[in-house]
Every structure is written in C-alpha cells, then in structure tokens.
Design a protein around this ligand. Structure first.
Ligand code: NAD
Length: 370
C-alpha cells in the first residue's frame, strides 16, 4: 500500500480528482489517499489557503495528486501553487503535450514536453509598488545559476531517460542580457556534457510562432518560469486543449502531479469539465511509483475512450477537436468509461501514438529578433 496526499483543490478540482480516484481504483494499485484541503476552501476552515498540514502531508508521503487551486487576480492571497513549488523546492515542472486520438485537432502529430523551472524567475514574488500612488511597480526576475543548472540538467536527463530526440532551450537573452544570458550559458555548458542529445535554442517570441507553424520540429523544451507557463498552455492547445494536458512537479525527493489547467470556476459543480488531464496525472504518478503496467493501462484507456467518441466531455465533442461532432457526456460519465476500460486494455496491441512521424528538417528559427 502506498500513501499519497490528495488535494482536491477549487472549482472543478473536486470533480476531476474524484474522476482520477475512480480510475486509480480501476488499476488495482493499492493507494491510500490522505486528503488535505488547500485553496479557497482552506481559508474558510483554517484561515489560510495553505495550512501547514498540507505541506507536512506532502513531505511525509513524498507523492501528491493535486487538483487546480484558484488564485485571486491582481490582489488577495499569493498563489498557493507558486508557494507549494517554492516551499517544497519542486523545481522541475514537466508538462507533456500529446495529441490523443485527435483526428480533428489542427496538429494531431503534437508530442512535446515543456520542462519549466518552477521556483524562481518572475514568479519569485519579489515585487512592490514604487510610489504611494501606485502609478509604478516593479517585479524582479530572480535567476540563479544553480536553478538554471539543475533545470537544464533535468531536461537532458529526461530526454535521455525517455528516448526523446532533442532539447530546445527557450529564452530572451537578446533583451535580458543578464538573466537571459545566465540561462543561455548554463544551457550551452550542459549541452556540451550531453553531446549524445541533440539540442538547439530559440528566442521565446520566435518559439511561439514556430510552435504554431510546425510543432513536430520540437520535442523537449526547457525554459524559465513565466515562459514555461505560457508555452505549456500553448502546447496544450496544439495537442487538443487544456482538458487533456497533465503535469508533474519534481523536487529532489518529492513529486506532485497536477493538470496544466486551472480551476475553471465557470464549470464548477456542473459535472461538465474534462477529467482527462487529472486522469493522465495518475498515469504520470503511477509511472513515478514504479507501476508501469497500470500507468500504461490508464494511458490506453484514455486514448481508446477519446478515439471511440462515445463518452467524451463537451470540449472533445466539439468540432475543432473532432471531425465527427457527438453529444457531450458528463465528467463523471467519462471517468466511469475510462475506469471500465482500464482492466480491458490489450497491452499486446501497438501503443497508440500521436499521428505523424517527427520531421526534423531544417527549422527556420534563429536567435535573431527584437
Ligand atoms: P483555467 O485553466 O481554469 O480555464 C481556462 C479555460 O480552459 C476554461 O474556461 C475552460 O474553457 C477551459 N478548461 C480548463 N480546464 C478544463 C477542463 N478540465 N475541461 C474542459 N475545459 C477546461 O484558467 P483560468 O480561467 O485562467 O484560471 C482559473 C483559476 O485557476 C485562476 O484562479 C487561476 O489562478 C487558477 N489556476 C490554477 C492552476 C493550478 O492550480 N495549477 C493553473 C492555472 C490556473
């Protein structure tokens, strides 16, 4: 039996984490969930969005599955998500963007992984108003060589371990001559140590354009905190939407699994949200815990459910995701369908993959730019 911390989160969080629990149970892996509350609900019960018990539980269990947590915009409490990453030193945010049976998506070949530094940069929380009138403000972009070294090393190790074909560093070193250059130098020096893994660099503005033009030219993308936050949503969009994009946060000894999407408050309590992103977090979590076969069953059950297009939520039923629009099912119905398929999956069949083979022809990206 493995004990895992479970944070249901805000908005659609409780619905999608219930879905994830159902699918975990279908794998037969013996997990005991230690449920702790963080976010808006914790303010009502504990007076703080991040009670000490949440951090203690994660430190004790070393593994957590998390739903999205709301952060007030412009004012109010600081992000619980950012605080968790900083306080537990979860420095590597890994967000795979895979097109799952998405014959109607624009880029059914999308198979990217964004590796984002998650503890510093423009999310360090070093910011203030410059004057009393609040007419000027500063946010400090804290970049350290130590954090750059460990995130780029993580990206190269990840690429090696998972047989990925290329690591691309994304920065803005032409304008940010100190912070950008620090990241760029760390990347170049690390790339020399991992000569067996092809690598290149892109400026972030150019990268955004290149990704929507030809995502198959890229594979693992490593970048700083804010750029990674933006590019991982972009990549989720290429793969078919936020509803199917899982994520993982790794520290030296702790791992927290959470979807790329937020708490989508407008869908809260409606049993409407897509549970796949949270369910694919279970896939990542099971792989991390050494249950490779159970993880593979979850991945394939998700794939088959989406491919069948019989029981899918609204976002996967719409034109734009599918060429065959179908009636939308609920979050809980889709979760039940995936859970039903988990034990039935035929592991002897070839693994379903994003559509086309990767083409590493000449990319027209350069480091020129403004
Ligand atoms: P969001 O990801 O919650 O929602 C953006 C849009 O994406 C939604 O309106 C919805 O159309 C779609 N969407 C998201 N998840 C979906 C799902 N599972 N199924 C179907 N459609 C889905 O982003 P937002 O509206 O910018 O943020 C809402 C709140 O979530 C904010 O408070 C934000 O701070 C927080 N947030 C938390 C996390 C986290 O916990 N890691 C991440 C991002 C945003």
């Amino acid at each position: 039996m493995v004990k895992v911390t479970l944070i249901p989160g805000d908005g659609i969080g409780p619905e999608v984490t219930d879905a994830a629990k159902l699918v975990t149970a279908a794998t037969g892996v013996d997990i005991e969930w230690e449920v702790v509350v963080a976010g808006e609900r914790a303010i009502q019960t504990s007076g703080t969005p991040l009670p000490d018990g949440v951090l203690e539980s994660i430190r004790r269990n070393k593994v957590a599955l998390k739903g999205p947590i709301t952060t007030p915009i412009g004012s109010g409490f600081r992000s619980v998500n950012v605080a968790l990453r900083q306080q537990l030193d979860l420095y590597a945010s890994v967000r795979p963007a895979r097109a799952l049976a998405g014959e109607g998506t624009r880029f059914p070949e999308t198979d990217l992984v964004v590796v984002r530094e998650a503890t510093e940069g423009l999310y360090s929380g070093v910011e203030h108003w410059v004057d009393r009138e609040h007419s000027a403000a500063e946010t400090v972009n804290v970049i350290t060589r130590r954090a750059c070294d460990r995130i780029v090393r993580f990206a190269f190790e990840y690429a090696r371990l998972h047989g990925r074909r290329k690591v691309t560093a994304v920065h803005k070193a032409n304008i940010m001559k100190t912070t950008g250059a620090l990241f760029q130098t760390a990347f170049r020096e690390m790339a020399a140590k991992y000569a067996d893994v092809p690598s290149d660099e892109r400026l972030v503005d150019n990268m955004a354009m290149q990704l929507v033009k030809k995502p198959s030219e890229y594979d693992v993308i490593v970048t700083t905190n804010l750029f990674g936050d933006i590019l991982s949503d972009l990549c989720a969009g290429l793969a078919g939407g936020l509803g199917i994009a899982p994520g993982a946060l790794y520290g030296e000894s702790i791992a927290v699994f959470e979807p790329v999407h937020g708490s989508a408050p407008k869908y809260a309590g409606q049993d409407k949200a897509n549970p796949v992103a949270e369910i694919l977090c279970v896939e990542l979590m099971l792989r991390h815990l050494g249950h490779a076969e159970a993880a593979e069953r979850v991945y394939r059950a998700v794939w088959e459910t989406i491919a069948e297009k019989k029981v899918v939520t609204y976002d996967l039923a719409l034109p734009g995701y599918t060429d065959r629009p179908v009636p939308a099912s609920t979050c809980s119905a889709m979760a039940k369908e995936i859970a039903r398929k988990v034990p039935l999956v035929d592991l002897k069949k070839p693994r379903p993959q994003p559509a086309a083979a990767k083409d590493f022809g000449a990319a027209d990206g350069s480091l020129e730019g403004a």
